[in-house]
Design a protein around this ligand. Structure first.
Ligand SMILES: [Zn+2]
Length: 268
């Protein structure tokens, strides 16, 4: 499932190809991802210039010249491909651009979402700070974790606490900071929170540098894979040797989510 580094990579690699272009055609092969009435959506997007493209949390946001925002959330298997050539069977919505290039939203499991809105504040309300921006500091993290009874793994996945961290990078950050995923969040001490802060930032930065992790269906706009998963220490590594202590990486379930850890390095 695409998280911050994957969506950031897609944004970076689309940027120069789509910002400044007009959307001249829309083909909706599958209406399921589109959250607006289809005629309203088509009317609101057709002919508009893409003035800006940015990422917020796991959302990809296109700012259009009519002051509306085209928001894409990839969920499990969504992707945004640029000129894929042959349009595959999972293509759902195709945006034609004024230079004859195409941007294609594909989604095998059909859980992704596309929404056109003029109200970006509603999305903003649902999202915590961006972990790779200066608004995110150890003190901000400490404040957001304070007093929480839930296990730290679950809290890290809450997009209102920190935007963009998902299952893979939460596991990697907890391993790097030697914190057990089931630890009660409010009981982490200041040193542990400091380590966790450093780990979140460095794990995400490294993954962005490696263009995201292709453990599942994630692909970049040109169809290439990312390589961040090649550096994973615990995520999706059940049974592998812990690179720190030589013990065995295990998988547990925390609040319904598969969670990887080294129980020797991450004591409860
Ligand atoms: Zn270990």
């Amino acid at each position: 499932m695409p998280e911050l580094p994957e969506v950031e990579t897609i944004k970076n690699e689309l940027y120069g190809n789509v910002v400044g272009r007009h959307i001249t055609s829309i083909t909706i092969d599958d209406p399921k991802p589109v959250q607006n009435p289809l005629d309203e959506f088509t009317r609101g997007v057709s002919g508009q210039k893409i003035e800006e493209l940015y990422r917020r949390g796991k959302y990809l946001i296109f700012k259009l010249s009519n002051k509306k925002y085209l928001i894409i959330h990839l969920r499990m298997t969504g992707a945004v491909l640029f000129n894929p050539g042959k349009v595959g069977k999972y293509a759902r919505v195709i945006f034609g651009l004024d230079d004859d290039n195409e941007m294609v939203f594909t989604d095998r499991r059909r859980l992704g979402i596309i929404r056109l809105t003029d109200n970006i504040a509603d999305l903003e309300k649902k999202l915590g700070p961006e972990p790779l921006e200066s608004v995110f500091t150890p003190a901000v993290l400490a404040k957001r974790l304070q007093g929480r009874k839930a296990p730290i793994k679950a809290v890290l996945l809450d997009q209102k606490v920190i935007a963009g961290v998902g299952n893979m990078y939460a596991d990697e950050a907890l391993f790097a900071s030697k914190i057990h995923p089931l630890r009660e969040t409010g009981k982490l001490n200041k040193r542990e929170i400091g380590r966790l802060y450093d780990a979140i930032v460095s794990v995400l930065k490294e993954a962005v540098a490696n263009k995201g992790a292709s453990v599942d269906t994630y692909q970049r706009p040109d169809g290439a894979k990312g390589t961040a998963h090649e550096n994973f220490k615990v995520a999706h590594q059940r049974g592998a040797k812990c690179p720190r202590c030589g013990g065995k990486v295990e998988r547990i379930v925390v609040r319904g989510r598969g969670t990887y850890l080294c129980p020797k390095c991450q004591k409860i």
